[in-house]
Write a new protein. Structure first.
Length: 174
């Protein structure tokens, strides 16, 4: 605090001092009056309002979570269907067909029949790549496009990779 050219500050001895070291003695003051401590309780109406708001928020959050869970049921069913596909040394065309049909069904339920039903071949694979995350389906264009019995042993490992990629697409598509 500055006053009349001097700076005042509280010294170590409890007295105010000026900048030149002179003590300023204050008169004895009475002790401060401290009120009784306030008793804390949950009996006020504001607590009931707060608990009501928390309960409403909790119910709303659970309702939104359950709606999201139900809306993704088709994904869980499709992934379970793909898990049921057994890849053997000689790949069956039924495994490949099951993968393709499952992908088409999931895409139609998500993006609508008019948009998905007309897609086939390279356009279909590009659609899958565009809508999924890190799912390079065009690498397997020959395998998906032919669906033939040619070189089953060679295609067995590719069908396993394709099945895993289809699972990934089902989980990550928009």
């Amino acid at each position: 605090m500055k006053c009349a050219g001097f700076t005042y500050y509280l010294g170590m001895n409890g007295y105010f001092q000026t900048s030149d070291g002179q003590d300023i003695v204050l008169p004895d003051l009475e002790p401060l009056y401290e009120p009784e401590p306030v008793v804390f309780s949950f009996e006020t109406p504001a607590w009931y309002v707060l608990w009501g708001l928390v309960l409403i928020a909790l119910i709303f959050g659970l309702w939104k979570w359950y709606g999201r869970y139900r809306s993704r049921e088709y994904r869980r069913i499709a992934v379970k269907k793909l898990r049921g596909i057994q890849i053997t040394d000689s790949a069956e065309s039924s495994s490949l067909s099951t993968i393709q049909i499952t992908l088409k069904q999931v895409a139609m339920s998500t993006y609508g029949r008019p948009m998905v039903a007309a897609l086939f071949g390279k356009e279909w694979l590009q659609f899958l790549e565009r809508t999924g995350k890190h799912t390079p389906f065009t690498q397997y264009e020959l395998l998906i496009g032919t669906n033939s019995e040619v070189s089953k042993e060679q295609n067995a490992s590719h069908i396993g990779v394709l099945r895993d990629m289809a699972k990934k697409w089902i989980i990550t598509h928009a």
